[in-house]
Design a protein around this ligand. Structure first.
Ligand code: FAD
Ligand code: NAP
Length: 348
């Protein structure tokens, strides 16, 4: 049971503190209330923070275990408007500075559990802080799935990537490998033909699960070859300079091992939305992404908004996440204004 359910009884918008014999009330300084609680410090979270701060909502942003989000694990970002070439960590440092400069309180903590059944909403931080909030902007992002190889880890950012849209440009005139057989892998392979000389799609079965239309495009593309029934066993490369030189692949039935020379390796075996906090409280779609209303960031719980990769299985870009962060803050502002009006009418 989430800790706050033990600590508080929720009665609509009122909350009554309940004293149990075995429980001690948290110290006052350990309970923080905010009009807007932003969970996550990627582009969606920081953009929501900038907008909510400028609306004088004094938001509180909890950074999580990956301050700055996914862009912290990449090098060059070349598709953030206004910055033709910036490093991922530099871009995220700028966003954090911007959010702080306009008045966001940025907290180094991780939300362990979130109770959306009570008003105000309640979040428990790892460090023991209880955050109560009139609205929540969920910006917890997603994590690319990886194969889990030591060599894959070693060459991440040095030829191994999980984002062709982001990194494909660096492989102009070179050979690349894509791993996976779903829509993402096929789209990534097709996209990479814009830069690469040759794209080899390595798939562990003899059939793709990607949409037929994408398969059709893939099969007739002269730059793409499919290596069926193979798994990627190891990423091969040099240490100095640190660079990928190829991959070792294995046939799943014969066990025969071979090498595919390449300079880039794109792992496209799916993404996992970071939905742990809301998997039982918000409506999710099949892949576990938070459902939002059309043209909105409103989730199935009024007052809770979702922005960025936690809700987006299609675009998964920094700029689209930031756009959704903006929408979420504007919608939170409207929600609070409506709640205020309702309260005034009720009081009359
Ligand atoms: P994320 O960036 O995923 O951030 C999620 C945040 O939520 C993190 O700060 C995390 O700490 C926090 N969080 C999670 N759970 C909790 C919790 N329980 N409590 C508190 N906080 C929590 N996109 C581009 O546009 N251009 C690129 O060049 C590009 N390069 C990329 C390179 C790589 C290697 C990867 C993996 C992705 C790349 N992307 C790129 C995609 C881009 O990074 C994402 O689309 C974007 O970061 C999503 O932003 P977000 O704010 O939704 O979430
Ligand atoms: P996905 O559909 O889950 O496909 C993942 C692929 O990776 C599968 O082919 C799977 O192989 C393979 N795979 C998984 N784990 C692996 C491992 N450990 N080693 C080797 N291969 C592995 O994921 P996705 O392609 O990212 O798509 C996710 C969702 O987004 C889907 O619903 C998809 O339709 C949607 N999407 C849609 C579009 C679009 O409509 N244009 C674009 C992108 C994504 P098996 O086939 O053998 O299981």
């Amino acid at each position: 049971m989430p800790r706050c359910q033990r600590h508080f009884r929720c009665t609509g918008s009122r909350t009554i503190s309940v004293r149990h014999s075995s429980w001690e009330a948290p110290a006052l300084s350990n309970t923080r209330h905010t009009k807007v609680l932003i969970i996550g410090s990627g582009p969606a979270g920081y953009t929501a923070a900038v907008y909510a701060s400028r609306a004088m909502l004094e938001p509180l942003l909890v950074q999580g275990v990956q301050p700055g989000g996914q862009l912290m694990i990449t090098t060059d970002v070349e598709n953030w408007p206004g910055e033709s070439n910036i490093l991922g960590p530099g871009l995220m440092a700028n966003m954090e500075e911007h959010a702080r400069a306009v008045g966001t309180e940025v907290v180094s903590d991780h939300v362990q559990s979130l109770d959306l059944s009570c008003r105000p909403f309640r979040a428990n931080g790892d460090a023991g802080t209880v955050y109560t909030a009139d609205t929540v902007i969920l910006a917890t992002g997603a994590q690319a799935r990886w194969l889990g190889l030591a060599s894959e880890e070693a060459f991440k950012g040095f030829g191994v990537s999980a984002c062709a849209t982001c990194d494909g440009f660096f492989f102009r005139g070179q050979d690349v490998v894509v791993v996976g057989g779903g829509n993402t892998a096929v789209e990534e392979a097709l996209f990479l033909t814009n830069f690469a000389t040759r794209v080899t799609l390595v798939h562990r079965r003899d059939a793709l699960r990607a949409d037929k239309i994408l398969q059709h495009r893939l099969f007739r593309h002269e730059k793409i070859e499919v290596l069926w029934d193979h798994t990627l066993d190891e990423v091969l490369g040099t240490e100095d300079p640190k660079a990928v030189e190829g991959v070792r692949v294995k046939h799943v039935r014969t066990g025969q091992v071979s090498t595919v020379p390449c300079k880039g390796v794109f792992i496209a075996i799916g993404h996992t939305p970071s939905n742990e906090l809301v998997k039982d409280s918000l409506e999710l779609h099949s892949g576990g992404y938070a459902v939002t209303a059309p043209d909105s960031t409103a989730t199935s719980v009024p007052g809770v908004f979702a922005a960025g990769d936690i809700t987006d299985h299609v675009y998964r870009q920094a700029v689209t996440s930031a756009g959704m962060g903006c929408m979420a803050a504007l919608e939170a502002e409207r929600f609070l204004a409506e709640q205020g009006r309702d309260a005034e009418i009720a009081a009359e």
